[in-house]
Design a protein around this ligand. Structure first.
Ligand code: DX5
Ligand code: ZN
Length: 223
């Protein structure tokens, strides 16, 4: 499968959010990554339901909602109604992760689980069959524009092997510090989806960065 690109709207100009979403609609982006932060699970606040709803209303792409919030089970239906096609919750925020995954699926959205850089990838193995995607955090969540943590590459590779050995279709989405300087290595480790915020929106020509990220040719290599 050709890899997918999910630009993170967190780094856009929020004063021109409609235009930014329309720019992504015209680009080669596959998904739009929408980061929701609650100031509790992560040390930052971003956007809430009305803004997510406005983004989704304007978007013609797959709306990829990443919930960095405590008690995400309270808000699953609300975000699906706002337009989320896929909802990802953090493993570290869910005491009853299996139940939360079932509840995401009951809304009709695809279900994802995110793990922080310090969380062992094996923590996902009991739910891999149940989910559509994994978000592998390659920075500590909370802010755009941080440096990629290279030690997470071996986790991507381990998860790729596990997914392949079980013949699953679960997608590996890598989130944080991804750009043209490291995208090829991340794809070689086994990623299916690249999130890019700062790399896309800090450039004068975001569509061209998306095009370049999409055009990378890579073969999976063993790490
Ligand atoms: C970080 C967010 C990311 C962030 C990525 O907490 O989950 O999605 O927006 O931004 P960059 O690509 O700038 O690291
Ligand atoms: Zn994210």
């Amino acid at each position: 499968m050709k890899h997918l690109i999910s630009p993170s709207i967190l780094s856009c100009d929020f004063a021109r959010i409609g235009e930014e979403v329309r720019m992504l609609n015209e680009s080669e982006a596959d998904w739009i990554h929408i980061d929701v932060m609650d100031g509790s699970f992560v040390p930052n606040l971003s956007i809430g339901v009305p803004v997510v709803e406005a983004i989704c209303r304007e978007s013609t792409k797959v709306n990829d909602v990443h919930l960095m919030i405590v008690q995400p089970e309270k808000y699953l239906k609300i975000f699906q109604k706002a337009g989320a096609h896929q909802i990802t919750v953090h493993l570290e925020a869910c005491t009853h992760l299996h139940r939360c995954i079932q509840e995401i699926k009951e809304t009709g959205a695809k279900a994802g689980v995110a793990i922080n850089p310090h969380t062992p990838v094996q923590m996902l193995y009991e739910v891999l069959e149940d989910i559509d995607l994994v978000i592998m955090m390659s920075v500590n969540p909370g802010f755009g524009g941080q440096k990629f943590i290279y030690r997470t590459l071996h986790k991507i590779a381990a998860l790729r092997n596990e997914i392949n050995s079980r013949n699953l279709k679960t997608l590996i989405e890598v989130d944080g510090g991804v750009g043209l300087h490291n995208a090829e290595r991340i794809l070689q480790a086994g990623a299916d989806v690249l999130v890019a915020g700062n790399a896309v929106f800090s450039d004068v020509d975001p569509k061209s960065v998306i095009h370049k990220l999409k055009s990378i040719q890579s073969e999976k290599i063993s790490l």
